[in-house]
Design a protein around this ligand. Structure first.
Ligand code: HEC
Length: 119
């Protein structure tokens, strides 16, 4: 029965290839954001625990840009999606220079962030 397994290995063919393409938010977070952010410690960027629903620039002890402090953003999932498409476009003068072009990757990362609520 060579036929079925060969089909499963073909990109875009069948269910197994599709589910393999669903991005893993935790892994993407580590890969894309991990050089500057962690969930529980301020680094180059502020810590992310509880970020979904949080007011922008509200982590104690992190030295935010004046622009982000003045932004009055609440990090809803939509706001995060916009931020990840262009932090400079969303908040001129902010200090994050990094974008995620792929909408599915953004969604997976935001879902992961939602799974790390404030304690
Ligand atoms: C090269 C470093 C760098 C990378 C990579 C990076 N960020 Fe940032 N991020 C920052 C910095 C610096 C700030 C603070 C911006 C400011 O103060 O204007 C920030 C701020 C943020 C904020 C605002 C948090 C708050 O408390 O208001 C969010 C949300 C955020 N980043 C999400 C992400 C996500 C998600 C990724 C990965 C897809 C990512 N960042 C990748 C450097 C980075």
């Amino acid at each position: 029965m060579f036929g079925i397994s060969a089909l499963a290995l073909m990109p875009g063919a069948g269910v197994s290839a599709q589910s393999a393409a669903v991005p893993d938010g935790a892994a993407l977070y580590r890969m894309r954001c991990g050089s500057c952010h962690t969930i529980d410690t301020n680094r180059t960027g502020p810590l992310h625990r509880g970020v979904v629903g949080r007011r922008a620039a509200s982590v104690p002890g992190y030295n935010y840009s004046p622009a982000l402090r003045a932004s009055n953003i609440i990090w809803t999932q939509q706001a995060l999606d916009q931020w990840l498409q262009g932090p400079q476009r969303m908040v001129r003068g902010s200090r994050m220079f990094f974008t995620v072009a792929n909408p599915q990757e953004r969604a997976a990362i935001i879902t992961y962030l939602r799974s790390q609520p404030a304690r």
